[in-house]
Design a protein around this ligand. Sequence first.
Ligand SMILES: [Zn+2]
Length: 96
Amino acid sequence: MPYCDAPIAEIDHAHPHADGGSTDSVNGNGLCRNHNRQKENPGWAVTTAIDVGGTHEALIRTPTGHEHRSRALASPGENGSAEVRPDEFDRVDTAA
Ligand SMILES: [Zn+2]
């Protein structure tokens, strides 16, 4: 989650498994315990994508309609410059 510096405590489905979310690395989402619970509340949605460079990104929609992107840090030795286009979120993890 943006603005959260807590270490990843739980790895979960960004799109809930109970709602048809796939169990794979694209739909995986590492969060702190509080945010993993928070995203399960009504009005929250998290979609994920992996760009052609292999960087994972999550788009978080809050109940107020605000959207935040959370992009994985580049691994050591990578430049992390690949971009994820917004339309990539629509083609990944939207099947229910
Ligand atoms: Zn958090």
